[in-house]
Design a protein around this ligand. Structure first.
Ligand code: HEM
Length: 486
């Protein structure tokens, strides 16, 4: 009966132009390389834009999924349907019941505890970490500058890893200088294995996954990460119990200089001694490390390669930096960031054209009726196609495909959900301002010292080739050249 209703719904909304195969439906279209997968999402997104309701549908086996490229429909669904789709269950392997993938019943109280830790006052104190860590990144880049094309990815992702670990756990993992760092290696491996599993639905059932060699490696890395974080939590709790003010000399290499880390803020916000258990603290801090590292790195890396292709935009950012910093070498401080308005627009325009999280998924857990009057059937899946929504000409005009940061300065948004790199509604990204601060600090530190050039002299303004695992990345691994400013 439910399937009959889904079939009727698919007729009302329209089905993708891809051929439907017996049993699998359209699942086959996502096979192939990571780049092929992203190309399919782009194609589906465009089909949705061209359709009457800004939505198309696909069959994944017996389940119907809506692919949404319209801001109004996306806004409605992201406010109404808070349950994540079953497909993301396999991503809970490391973070367990951590808020990001948790069912609504667990997510609601956890979001309540997490929200106050992201207050503007708490975020201000992290500016010093971004500033210090981005100075290390700029210094590390000296060896690559002036030597031709190279990938900037490793430099940026280790910057975000070091900043997030320091602000979350208070620990200096120092991955920018020490690529062999075991926590970083275990974390990277887990992210890779998560992405691989997500893209292979036949490995989603736990019992099947447990029979694979990937599972053994995943388990080993997860255990390492958990042990590492558990030790930090134990030390922190002991220190709090003993009312130690300074942890500077601790064997754990934990910094404590008046700054409150997310771990400490979570202990307070959940109720101190009677608050979160060690497991809950581990899950929530790991969510922050997982959600905060590669996302901001991808955003910063796409901004860097876009600036390399648009020298006039880069020059405008540099002029703004001169206005704020003059020719001084002083570090970036929190008060500088709101003054960098053009850089802010550049980052937003980057996140519009190259959203690090190009799709998000929800489940229809009870019948809902869209503002258009169409009723959605329980158990359907929803894919919000952020990539396509951000290029939808109904909201962004005829130059939607062009990189034009000024659009975020001259014109208000046509709809407040037309721009949603951080999602929308109650389950939207809680780290949005933290991420903007981190990306602004990294890019301003980079541009004060270097001119960014494309990998070769050939001027090429074609869109970047992109691929999808859990995030969207550049196929050419963010290749550019740097030249030291004189
Ligand atoms: C450019 C950087 C970032 C992007 C593009 C981004 C994007 C997103 C998106 C799209 C979601 C929602 C997923 C959904 O609706 O299913 C999300 C959730 C989340 N993000 Fe971010 N994020 C970024 C940075 C960060 C940072 C730096 C942190 C923390 C330090 C963070 C923490 C979280 C958390 C905890 C959630 C789960 C929220 C919840 O379910 O209540 N994110 N992020």
């Amino acid at each position: 009966w439910q399937r009959r209703k889904m079939i009727e719904l698919s007729h009302k909304l329209g089905v993708t132009n891809h051929m439907t195969l017996p049993f699998v439906g359209h699942a086959y279209i996502f096979f192939g390389s990571d780049e092929d997968r992203m190309t399919k999402f782009q194609k589906l997104g465009r089909e949705a834009i061209a359709s009457e309701h800004g939505v198309t549908t696909i069959w994944q086996g017996h389940r119907l999924y809506l692919v949404v490229s319209d801001a109004k429909v996306a806004e409605f669904l992201l406010k109404t349907c808070l349950e994540k789709d079953d497909a993301v269950d396999c991503l809970k392997f490391v973070t367990g019941n951590g808020s990001i993938f948790a069912p609504v019943s667990l997510w609601r109280p956890r979001r309540k505890v997490l929200a106050p830790t992201f207050s503007p006052k708490n975020l201000q104190q992290f500016a010093e970490i971004f500033s210090r860590q981005s100075a290390i990144m700029v210094e590390q880049l000296r060896t690559a500058a002036g030597k031709g094309a190279f990938s900037i990815w490793q430099y940026i992702t280790t910057y975000t890893m070091d900043s997030v670990c320091e602000s979350t756990l208070g620990v200096l993992v120092n991955s920018q200088k020490q690529s062999e760092q075991p926590f970083l290696q275990a974390f990277d491996k887990c992210t890779q294995l998560d992405a691989d599993r997500l893209c292979k639905p036949w490995f989603h059932p736990q019992a099947i996954y447990e029979m694979t060699p990937a599972y053994k490696l995943h388990l080993k890395c997860r255990n390492y990460i958990c042990k590492f974080v558990d030790q930090i939590i134990k030390t922190k709790k002991q220190a709090l119990a003993e009312e130690k003010v300074s942890m500077a000399e601790s064997e754990q290499n934990i910094k404590h200089d008046g700054l409150k880390t997310f771990l400490e803020l979570l202990i307070d916000s959940s109720g101190g001694d009677r608050g979160y258990s060690d497991v809950e603290l581990r899950e929530e801090t790991l969510v922050l490390v997982l959600a905060g590292t590669d996302t901001s790195a991808v955003g910063t890396a796409f901004a860097s390669i876009l600036l390399s292709r648009y020298p006039d935009v880069q020059e405008k950012v540099y002029q703004e930096l001169l206005e704020v910093f003059g020719d001084s070498k002083r570090p970036v401080v929190a008060e500088d960031l709101p003054r960098l308005k053009y850089l802010d627009a550049v980052i937003r325009e980057t996140l519009r054209l190259y959203p690090p999280v190009p799709i998000i998924a929800r489940k229809i857990d009870k019948e809902v009726t869209l503002p258009s009057g169409i009723t959605l059937v329980e158990n359907c899946g929803v894919v919000i196609n952020i990539w396509a929504l951000h290029r939808n000409h109904h909201y962004w005009g005829d130059d939607a495909e062009q990189f034009r940061p000024e659009r975020f300065i001259d014109t208000p948004l046509k709809h407040h959900a037309a721009f949603m790199p951080f999602s929308h509604g109650p389950r939207a990204c809680i780290g949005y301002q933290y991420a903007m601060m981190s990306m602004k600090t990294a890019l301003s530190s980079l541009l004060r010292q270097y001119v960014i050039l494309p990998p070769s002299d050939v001027e090429d303004l074609k869109p970047f080739r992109v691929k999808f695992d859990i995030m969207m990345r550049d196929v050419d691994n963010f290749t550019l050249q740097l030249v030291k400013r004189v």
